[in-house]
Design a protein around this ligand. Structure first.
Ligand code: WTA
Length: 648
């Protein structure tokens, strides 16, 4: 029988919400959270219906949920428009003249779009789409940098009922081609180029490559961003700014069925061909609106900054749709955090008086590595709330975030969710839930999460298992585009009628969730199953370590041996004695069982474009194999080459 995952991490620090924060928060005490959560689990449909009523429906729904496992329909019979909810809804009162988007380009340009202006731009561009024969239900690829036009294009699609699929601007022509073919897209919206670390990424050129040979694409709309030379294919390609000359700003929002598809977003998962995660309109909107409101505790005067690229689900839900649905001011930044220098983020926070910062552990670890001096140069006193998403955050990185960025006064919301879940699922509510470094804490309202063993039975406190969700939620994926059997198999086959997340986790005695990493990455050492995150967190707690990745390699005696890849902080020398010290350090923090068999120093770790460590590749390197798996999502190929040869 498969054994449970063991847990050895001993983290005992607890941070209660400050009284001053709690006093103004939407949910201001643990008691209130518990009551609301209990009610929302007893009667989820009642909770979600109440949330949905805060939004604008062109036609009311007849039934909140129709659940034919594993297929859910939310707000059945209802009709609405997502762009209307993000824009028109705010035009009646003082929000009309409020900044909807504040944008800064990598070279330093600044733009502010009020709700009124954004509404107008979206309506005009929606008319451009119509003019170019893009219709309700058509699939449209958006391949743009993180510029306001990305949000405008997404919202314009939503306004007319076209289904967008945003492809991250760092992906290659092959990725674009695969996605076009998979969803049968008929149009591409792109730019001439985008900026990344001072260089121009040739976006339009990549699109041209992707369209060579047979393609379903009939139209390419090109926004002029970087001014680089591009080829314009007569009869296929048109300029965004030229098209605007032919349209007016009148474009009523189309009433769409609640289950009308909103977008397809491809996620690679750890293996195999990318999956087109399908999200629909009504339930998704309710999910992101509700979580934006409660988790970020948004107030009218907040400047909210989520640093994600629009190409990721975080960019969809919490750069564009969530904050705009909630009527917030969302800041967008186009470029790299270390351009022109490693203090770019802190400069932006100071300049715009950002009050909420939502970023990823990979970024936080990079900041730690670059050194506190970059942070110290800036006044970050406008910040009142911090967030993280994307990976388990190592407790020491969490502590650094709290102290150095948050000045010890800002709560941290460590939000667990997935492309598939659409919205945040496990998270602190900043005024209510005491936080523990490294834990995503408790489930959001209406979310019935559990940790179970191989048979689907809930495990006792502090025993690791698989993280599942036991009932449908509004923002859940509806399918893998064009592949219902894979949807069933991937998410719903392991535990009947329960959603399997693919993550390992444990709950502590307070019911807090600790995500220990992907189940595929769990190590098995002499019969002990260990999550990767605890070993990595132990290493990151060493003052000289910046980042670590733990993987298993075949071992005759133990089944698997532990190999760790470690990057050191700036200026630290990699020496054999440090290796020994790090092995001992893990032994002390977790126990002899987790002591690495081998410590390898690396200049950098291989990561996906969204910053997750690719342990699968490290595993192959650790066992002396050449890397054979899919590497298309790898951020920087030179990292891999160096890892293969770097051992002394
Ligand atoms: C991981 C990103 C621990 C997890 C929104 C999940 C996390 C996968 C956290 C989804 C967190 C995300 N703590 N692990 N707060 N947030 N993950 O689809 O393994 O890019 O399954 O969605 O990231 O990644 P995705």
């Amino acid at each position: 029988m498969e054994k449970n995952i063991e847990s050895h991490l001993k983290e005992t620090r607890v941070f209660k919400p400050a009284r001053s924060f709690a006093a103004k928060a939407l949910v201001g005490s643990l008691q209130q959270y518990r009551r609301m959560h209990r009610d929302s689990i007893r009667q989820p449909e009642k909770f979600w219906a109440r949330e949905a009523r805060e939004l604008t429906w062109q036609k009311p729904w007849k039934k909140v949920l129709e659940w034919k496992p594993p297929f859910a329909k939310w707000f059945v019979g209802g009709k609405l428009n997502l762009a209307e909810n993000c824009l028109d809804r705010h035009l009646q009162g003082p929000r009309r003249n409020k900044a909807a988007i504040i944008w800064e380009g990598e070279p330093g340009e600044k733009r502010v779009l009020t709700y009124q202006q954004l509404h107008r731009d979206v309506c005009r561009f929606a008319n451009v789409l119509k003019r170019n024969k893009i219709r309700k239900g058509d699939r449209v690829i958006i391949y743009l940098p993180t510029i306001p036009e990305a949000a405008i294009a997404m919202l314009a699609c939503a306004r007319i009922g076209a289904v967008h699929s945003v492809v991250f601007g760092g992906f290659s022509a092959d990725s674009i081609r695969d996605r076009i073919a998979d969803c049968g897209a008929t149009a591409v919206i792109t730019a001439d180029g985008g900026y990344r670390r001072g260089a121009i990424v040739p976006l339009k050129h990549n699109v041209d490559e992707a369209l060579k040979g047979e393609t379903t694409i009939k139209r390419v709309i090109v926004f002029r961003r970087a001014g680089n030379d591009v080829h314009i294919e007569q009869g296929r390609d048109v300029w965004w700014h030229r098209e605007l000359e032919y349209v007016d700003a009148h474009c009523p929002p189309v009433a769409l069925a609640s289950e009308h598809p909103l977008y397809i977003l491809y996620t690679s998962g750890s293996t195999g061909k990318p999956k087109g995660i399908l999200h629909t309109t009504g339930g998704y909107l309710v999910g992101i609106h509700s979580t934006s409101k409660y988790v970020f505790d948004l107030r009218e005067d907040d400047i909210y900054w989520c640093t994600a690229d629009v190409g990721w689900v975080t960019g969809h839900s919490y750069v564009v749709y969530g904050p705009l649905a909630a009527g917030a001011t969302t800041l967008m930044y186009e470029g790299a955090p270390n351009w022109p220098e490693p203090d770019r983020f802190w400069r932006i926070i100071e300049e715009y008086a950002v009050s909420i910062l939502y970023t990823a552990p990979t970024a936080i670890r990079a900041f730690i590595r670059w050194g506190d001096q970059w942070v110290k140069k800036h006044d970050l006193s406008s910040l009142r709330l911090l967030g993280t998403v994307g990976e388990p955050i190592n407790p020491e990185a969490w502590m650094w975030y709290r102290k150095t960025i948050g000045g010890g006064r800002c709560p941290i919301v460590d939000t667990w969710w997935q492309t598939e879940t659409g919205a945040i699922m496990i998270t602190p509510l900043p005024g209510a839930i005491p936080t523990k470094p490294g834990s995503a804490t408790l489930p959001f309202f209406g979310v019935d999460a559990a940790v179970v063993d191989a048979k689907g039975k809930e495990v006792p406190p502090n025993v690791g298992g698989k993280l599942i969700i036991r009932r449908p939620w509004p923002a859940m994926l509806r399918s893998i585009y064009g592949d219902k059997p894979r949807y069933k198999k991937q998410y719903w086959s392991e535990f009947k009628n329960n959603y399997f997340t693919g993550d390992g986790a444990r709950r502590d005695k307070d019911g807090y969730f600790w995500i220990v990493g992907r189940i595929d990455d769990v190590l098995n050492v002499a019969g002990h199953r260990l999550g990767t995150s605890e070993i990595e967190s132990a290493l990151v707690s060493h003052p000289q370590v910046a980042e670590a990745a733990a993987v298993g390699r075949p071992d005759e005696l133990k089944g698997q041996g532990v190999v760790v890849f470690v990057t050191l902080k700036s200026g630290v020398k990699p020496t054999p004695s440090l290796k020994e010290e790090l092995r001992r350090h893990v032994g002390q923090h977790i126990g002899a069982i987790a002591k690495p068999d081998e410590v390898r120093f690396a200049e950098a770790l291989p990561k996906t474009r969204s910053g997750k460590i690719m342990r699968r590749l490290l595993k192959e390197i650790a066992s002396g194999k050449t890397v054979t798996g899919d590497t298309t999502t790898l951020e920087d190929f030179s990292v891999l080459a160096k890892l293969g040869s770097a051992e002394e």
